[in-house]
Write a protein that binds this ligand. Structure first.
Ligand SMILES: [Zn+2]
Length: 298
């Protein structure tokens, strides 16, 4: 069967949280005051949805349960527009600071809130600050047990070169509870290291031309790009939070440039939601594995 030549579709995702909930500015005292801060997440997320609609593209929104409870119409509207609603957990606590029981409760409650709002199953999870590491690998079993199909929380910037297959469609991780798909944000190999190029602070740090160059290189290697950004990164007017110099630098760097860079990205690349982009590859992978042919190409 011959396929028409099409632009490859990559994965675009947003972690939907308030500007005061980020890990860099976390403190237990501030956590107690969340309800007293000005909420800006709905306005910022709706702006993103408008940009996506203008370009006819869909994305995955990993939404905090805490945010979903306070902005139910936002969640419903994203789902109604055809975006993937996925889970960012409930309370934005790093997995590395949670017990397994607490983590289970956090991902269970968030999933239920989102599913009750949208009526659709929530299959994807992303941990706050990519905090699933080798020390918190137990979290993956819990995600399987709680009904998640894929995870996008492992950001190992020092990992060695992966196979083309792994780059192209994520990879399966076997856990005691069963298998889960891992969809890590894109990194590019330079000088033997995996340099993050896939979003957030790195997308704001590098000039757009450099990001585009990195991403094109990954695309030529047959990779599926997995990009991530946050609604607060599009809000240069957000109130400033107290924190360390480094946290402030990273959080506020180039906020006024993110919107124009995302527009350029949407013009230069084609994006969709993670479940939508990856599912055919996962099915293909299963079929091919069943027939002992282990190649996976999009
Ligand atoms: Zn987050």
């Amino acid at each position: 069967m011959s396929m028409p030549v099409e632009r490859p579709i990559h994965c675009l995702s947003f972690d939907v949280e308030e500007h005061f909930q980020v890990s860099a500015f976390w403190s237990d005292a501030r956590r107690q005051e969340w309800d007293r801060y000005e909420s800006r997440v709905e306005r910022n997320t709706r702006l993103l949805a408008e940009l996506l609609a203008k370009h006819g593209m869909k994305a995955t929104f990993f939404i905090l349960g805490w945010v979903a409870e306070r902005h139910p119409e936002l969640v419903k509207s994203l789902a109604a527009q055809g975006h993937e609603v996925a889970s960012h957990g409930y309370g934005h606590e790093l997995v590395t600071t949670q017990s397994p029981a607490r983590f289970r409760q956090d991902v269970r409650v968030a999933k239920k809130i989102l599913e009750d709002l949208t009526g659709n199953p929530v299959v994807g999870y992303r941990a706050p600050s990519f905090s699933i590491t080798s020390e918190t690998a137990w979290a993956l079993s819990i995600l399987v047990e709680e009904g998640y199909v894929y995870d996008s929380s492992i950001y190992d910037r020092f990992r060695r070169t992966e196979s083309e297959k792994r780059l192209a469609c994520g990879f399966e991780i076997a856990t005691p509870a069963g298998k889960i798909w891992e969809v890590p944000p894109s990194t590019i190999e330079m000088l033997g290291l995996q340099i993050p190029v896939a979003g957030g602070g790195y997308f704001r740090l590098f000039p757009y031309a450099a990001s585009k160059n990195f991403l094109r290189r990954l695309e030529r290697q047959g990779a599926k790009l997995v990009m991530y950004l946050h609604p607060w990164e599009f809000d240069p007017e957000q109130p400033r939070m107290d924190g360390s110099w480094l946290s402030q630098f990273r959080h506020y760097l180039n906020l006024h440039k993110t919107e124009e860079r995302l527009i350029a990205l949407l013009e230069d690349f084609q994006f969709g939601a993670i479940a939508q982009v990856m599912r055919p590859l996962w099915l293909l992978e299963h079929e091919k594995r069943a027939s002992e042919a282990l190649e996976c190409r999009s």
